[in-house]
Write a protein that binds this ligand. Sequence first.
Ligand code: UDX
Length: 477
Amino acid sequence: MKRICVVGTGYVGLVTGACLADLGNSVICLDIVDEKIERLRAGELPIFEPGLDAIVRRTVAAKRLSFTTDYSEGVPGVDYIFIAVNTPTGPDGAGADMSHVEDAAKSIAENLTHDVIVINKSTMPVGSGNLVSQRIHEHLRDTSLKVSVVSNPEFLREGVAVHDFKNPDRIVLGSTDRDAADAVAKLYLPLRAPIMITNLYTAEMIKYASNAFLATKISFINEMARICDLLGADVTEVAEGMGYDKRIGRAFLNAGLGYGGSCFPKDIKALAFMADEVGLHPQLIEAVMKINHDQRRLAVERLEAALGGSDSLRGKNIAVLGLAFKDNTDDMREAPAIDIINWLIEAGANVHTYDPVAVETAQRIQPDWQVRYCDDELAAVTGCQGVIIVTEWKRFRELNLAELRAVMAEVEGGPVLIDGRNLFNAEEATIAGFRYFGIGRGVERARGVTRSRGEKRSDTKAARNLHKYNGDLREQQ
Ligand code: UDX
């Protein structure tokens, strides 16, 4: 059993601390925000992360997990100190703000009384490991102490962070001190995952490059979606066809309103900033960011066009289903819903919205929003001329579209459904009485719908199976 302090109790720090405690270590999680620690000590989680509650309760009860706001309590006597504080985009709008990391390094150093390994879990610019080491050594009271720094980037997705911690594809460690890296590797042995040990810069770059590539896959499929819309193909089937190729892989090829969250937007910007700083113009990364920004605009443009063109949203009731940046989280950082609702308000629409868990977040970060927060999807769409699906919540996929249609306003040709995450089948949405617009669903929209539900569903299913197994392309009707 090792003694560990984790600085930062966001979804990375708290998940890391609780899961390391669950592996049998003794962990103290530290945060300088009193309210967070008070809630944790009261048994409440300050974040929504499926599965975390049970682990926190279990490890607190076993006295292997505790919480503090005080470095003089968290630092003495531990073998490892993880820095898991946030590194948001800085005031220059691009580079990572390292102030929280530097504050943590200083406070750690001022309370150190023994040799220790400091582990950078936060995503920080390539070379920051040196900065952390420098700050620590600048503030050490006892300069004879040995403090090694190891970069250990996280690859946790919000909403599935516990799963991702327990089932890592790989552990990446980087350090100038190989013994320190080996010592950190021992913490992860129970997870039986590949462990890669490299140098500091490379470990930090693996994190940025991984996120940049995943974001590139998303912007790539979103560009393919725009082409599919114009050429009459269905991007969801294009993604399926591509995904069989192991070199490509199906994951992260879901076209939609693009990526948000606390990582992709800031990390991609930070990587572009780092490249620019050393004189290299990051063409691909910049294109990835531009496509992503434009993608969320698509939802409002399509809705406005469908309801009569310029200024047609003024006075209309528009439902926005989904506020969180993705499903299974209450996080709205860089969420497409923020831009989309702001644009709808600017266009004079009355916005009704629903999200299973992120309403409180929205009310906290957007207190001036003049929107109606509704108790469920049906309430949100009642009386509306249009609805935009913004977040890929599973429950939205299971909605009864006919029920939604029945409570919506009467509009020539039917109310408009902008399916921002391609959750629905265009033909079924059309049968339910909507004018359906997905993202890259050209083939279904172009085909139109004239047959009965039964024939259509079986036929579509048969077409899909035939398409999949015999490979012959059936004539699109
Ligand atoms: C991401 C990385 O996946 C994770 O490895 C890293 O440690 C942190 O950043 P996260 O931002 O929590 O994780 O969520 P993720 O599931 O990656 O989704 C990111 C965004 O991309 C969401 O807005 C999601 O809606 C969007 N997305 C994801 C797509 O638009 N299409 C996809 O196919 C997948």
